[in-house]
Write a protein that binds this ligand. Structure first.
Ligand code: SAM
Length: 284
C-alpha cells in the first residue's frame, strides 16, 4: 500500500496534475483491494479486458500481466500521456481516449471476439456515471462474460440485491435479468487518493446465457418496473394506473387478480416473474 501511494503521488507530481473531482477521479492505493479485483475477474491470456477509466494505470499494470489484451477507455486527455508513457513496452495494451458512454463497444467487442475467447470488463468506475455505465454494459447485449467493478457501497447493495429484498430498486431487476451477481470486497474510503466521501464495494456480475424469465416484450416489462418504482410508497395498482400502464384501475385490478397479486401490494414485494407476468397480460 505504501508503494502504491508513493507511486501515485510521484506520477501526479511528475506530470503536474491534480485529481479532477468532476471526473470522479479517486485513485486506488490499496494493494490488497487491487489483488481482490484481479483475482475475482479471473483473467487469462485468452481474455480481452476492457478497463473503463484506467486513470494513472494502477490497476491496468496488473491486468496487463494476466490478460491477452487490455483495452483502456479513458476520457481525461491528461491521463493518456501518462498511460502511453507507462505502458509503451506492452504489446497487449490499447488505449482509447473517449467517453465510455459514447464509444461503440459493440464493434470493439465483435472485433476482439474473432481472436479471443471472452471479453471481461474490469474497472474502478467513475461514481458520477455508475448507473448509466452499468446499464449500457448490460442492455447493449455486448456478449460480455463478466463485469468486475468498484462502485459506491450504497449503489453496490442496490445493484446486487435480490428482487423482493428491501434494498431492491428498479435497477436491481435489470441487473438480475441480465446477470447473476456477487459481492467481492468491502473497500473503505481510505483506500483511495483523494479519499471519497463514501465507502465502496467491489462486485462481480456474471452475464447470463439465458434470461431467468421469459417475456415477449422486455421493453414493456422494464417500463412497468421503472414506473412501479418511481412512486415506491404507492401501491403497484395506483402507480401503474397513474402511469397509464393500466388503462383503467379496473383493468389493473383484473390483471392482478388473475395473477393472484394482492391489490395493496407495493413494487418492492414483486419478483421479476411477477413483472414478467404483468407484461405478458398487457401484451395479450
Ligand atoms: N482506475 C483508476 C484507479 O483505480 O486508480 C482510476 C479510477 S477513477 C475512480 C475513474 C476514472 O474514470 C478516472 O480516470 C476518470 O478520468 C475516468 N472517467 C471519468 N469519466 C469517464 C468517461 N465518461 N469515460 C471514460 N473514462 C472516464
Amino acid at each position: 500500500m505504501e508503494n502504491i501511494l508513493q507511486e501515485t503521488n510521484f506520477i501526479l507530481k511528475k506530470y503536474n496534475i491534480k485529481a479532477n473531482k468532476s471526473l470522479g477521479q479517486n485513485f486506488l492505493i490499496d494493494g490488497e483491494v487491487i489483488n481482490s479485483i484481479v483475482e475475482a475477474s479471473n483473467i487469462t491470456r485468452n481474455d480481452v479486458v476492457i478497463e473503463i477509466g484506467p486513470g494513472l494505470g494502477t490497476l491496468t499494470r496488473f491486468l496487463l500481466e494476466k490478460a491477452g489484451k487490455v483495452i483502456c477507455i479513458e476520457l481525461d486527455t491528461r491521463m493518456i500521456e501518462i498511460l502511453q508513457d507507462r505502458f509503451k513496452l506492452y504489446n497487449n495494451f490499447e488505449l482509447c481516449n473517449e467517453d465510455v458512454l459514447k464509444v461503440d463497444l459493440q464493434s470493439i467487442i465483435q472485433k476482439e471476439k474473432q481472436s479471443f475467447k471472452a471479453v471481461k470488463v474490469v474497472a474502478n468506475l467513475p461514481y458520477y456515471i455508475t448507473t448509466p455505465i452499468i446499464m449500457k454494459l448490460l442492455e447493449d447485449e455486448l456478449q460480455l462474460e463478466s463485469i468486475t467493478v468498484m462502485v459506491q457501497k450504497e449503489v453496490a447493495e442496490r445493484l446486487i440485491a435480490i428482487p423482493g429484498e428491501k434494498e431492491a430498486g428498479a435497477i436491481t431487476y435489470s441487473v438480475y435479468y441480465y446477470a447473476s451477481s456477487e459481492k467481492i470486497a468491502e473497500v473503505p474510503r481510505t483506500s483511495f487518493v483523494p479519499a471519497p466521501k463514501v465507502d465502496s464495494e467491489v462486485i462481480k456480475l456474471n452475464l447470463r446465457k439465458e434470461p431467468p424469465v421469459s417475456v415477449c416484450d422486455t421493453k414493456l416489462m422494464f417500463k412497468i418496473i421503472k414506473n412501479a418504482f418511481m412512486q415506491r410508497r404507492k401501491t403497484l395498482l395506483n402507480s401503474l394506473t397513474n402511469a397509464k400502464i393500466f388503462s383503467t384501475k379496473e383493468q389493473g385490478q383484473k390483471i392482478m387478480k388473475e395473477l393472484n397479486l394482492n391489490e395493496n401490494i407495493r413494487a418492492e414485494r414483486l419478483t421479476l416473474q411477477n413483472f414478467a407476468d404483468i407484461a405478458e397480460k398487457l401484451s395479450n
